[in-house]
Design a protein around this ligand. Structure first.
Ligand code: HEC
Ligand code: HEC
Ligand code: HEC
Ligand code: HEC
Ligand code: HEC
Ligand code: HEC
Length: 238
């Protein structure tokens, strides 16, 4: 415990020196350490004040969202967001299952401000890149070549049949072509039969089952060559 106390003391100095957030997440693992840790935390909690904003040592929340810029550059006090818009708990919004673009558009979470008047909106095509670091344009067709060549996934058709982006992203699939194929030992028919990846819908209830109609997904090497011959708008992983 002495070293932990020392660590806190050192951090306080470091934080006071920088003026704002830095990492001070020390997790107690043993029951006995918890009470002492609480006392230490209470003692160390308020490290700096910006108007009515009391700054607490903490990790940066998410790369996409910066506490530093919202609190310091844009001068929002903590209670602008906490606890009405966001809980003070990383991952709390995500755990609720409605932390999606659709709910932002209705004014929840980031959308409470990112509505085109308080701050740039979440619906303007030009703004996607500011948060996502990516223009977020879904490729019409994704072609998987690992572990077998070749399986076709039509973004366009799946979206046009009425599925929300959030029905796949990011729980079923990462929003990055090639992510699933980085684990060819996991991205298999067995996984699909177990309800993962495409199998979360292609289970015979929500969409045709994965153990039928092999050829509708598997276009094979010939299909792959034909597709590339036609020069369609596709994206594939390497
Ligand atoms: C513009 C909105 C906004 C403001 C202002 C804001 N926060 Fe947050 N805060 C968030 C978001 C978003 C999260 C992550 C919540 C989630 O993941 O559900 C968060 C999470 C936290 C967490 C949990 C961190 C963790 O690792 O679990 C703490 C502590 C916190 N904020 C403290 C503060 C303090 C102190 C202030 C004022 C200095 C502040 N916040 C101001 C948006 C804000
Ligand atoms: C203010 C920041 C912000 C802007 C601007 C923004 N997004 Fe998002 N987006 C988010 C956050 C936060 C999430 C939730 C991430 C998570 O689940 O951890 C998200 C998730 C998503 C998702 C996955 C799940 C869902 O909600 O459907 C898609 C797709 C998406 N954004 C597309 C877009 C597109 C397209 C644009 C531009 C028109 C855009 N985003 C602009 C912050 C933003
Ligand atoms: C209390 C209002 C508020 C909330 C809530 C909020 N923002 Fe912001 N955000 C702003 C303002 C104001 C700006 C300054 C840009 C502008 O004026 O359009 C900004 C700027 C940004 C920027 C630009 C780069 C930067 O950091 O300066 C990003 C990225 C961003 N917000 C992401 C998010 C995400 C992601 C969420 C949700 C987790 C969120 N914001 C929630 C008000 C808010
Ligand atoms: C039925 C499932 C599904 C739906 C719905 C869906 N996607 Fe995807 N998306 C995928 C798959 C599969 C990939 C490829 C993932 C991989 O290779 O691991 C992907 C990849 C992406 C990528 C990565 C592109 C790249 O170049 O890396 C983006 C961006 C994307 N989707 C955006 C969207 C948007 C925006 C929506 C809603 C309009 C959406 N997706 C709806 C399944 C879906
Ligand atoms: C969120 C649910 C969902 C996920 C995940 C999903 N699909 Fe689908 N898919 C559907 C639905 C719904 C249909 C239309 C109903 C039907 O044909 O049974 C469909 C139809 C299809 C079709 C026939 C229509 C067409 O596009 O030509 C193919 C092929 C297909 N999906 C492939 C895939 C592949 C490959 C994956 C995984 C990379 C996947 N799907 C993931 C819901 C999903
Ligand atoms: C809903 C779409 C879909 C259907 C239907 C489907 N597959 Fe697959 N299959 C995939 C995906 C996605 C992969 C992984 C990506 C890759 O290998 O390119 C895959 C991979 C495979 C693999 C290599 C990995 C492994 O499990 O050994 C074989 C073999 C395979 N499929 C056989 C079949 C057969 C046989 C059928 C019909 C009984 C079938 N698939 C039906 C989507 C489908």
């Amino acid at each position: 415990m002495r070293s932990r106390t020392k660590l806190y003391a050192a951090l306080t100095v470091a934080i006071a020196a920088c003026g704002f957030f830095t990492l001070a997440s020390v997790q107690a693992t043993e029951e006995g350490e918890k009470t002492e840790q609480k006392a230490v935390e209470q003692e160390q909690q308020v490290l700096h004040a910006y108007g009515d904003s009391l700054v607490v040592a903490q990790e940066p929340v998410e790369e996409m969202f910066s506490h530093k810029s919202h609190v310091i550059n844009y001068e929002f006090s903590c209670d602008t967001c906490h606890p009405d818009i966001f809980e003070k708990k990383r991952g709390a919004a995500e755990a609720k299952g409605d932390y999606t673009m659709a709910s932002f558009e209705e004014g929840m979470y980031c959308g409470a401000c990112h509505d085109g008047s308080t701050a740039f909106s979440t619906t303007e095509p030009d703004s996607c890149v500011t948060c996502h670091n990516n223009d977020m344009v879904a490729p019409e067709t994704v072609v998987f070549t690992k572990p077998v060549k070749a399986v076709i996934f039509e973004h366009k058709e799946h979206v046009e049949m009425g599925l929300e982006c959030s029905s796949c992203h990011s729980e079923v699939f990462e929003m990055r072509v090639g992510a699933a194929e980085e684990k060819p030992e996991e991205f298999t028919m067995q996984a699909l039969y177990d309800g993962k990846y495409c199998g979360s819908c292609h289970n015979g209830d929500d969409a045709f089952a994965s153990d039928t109609m092999c050829n509708s997904c598997h276009i094979g090497v010939k299909g792959y060559e034909r597709l590339h011959g036609e020069g369609e708008k596709t994206k594939e992983a390497h």
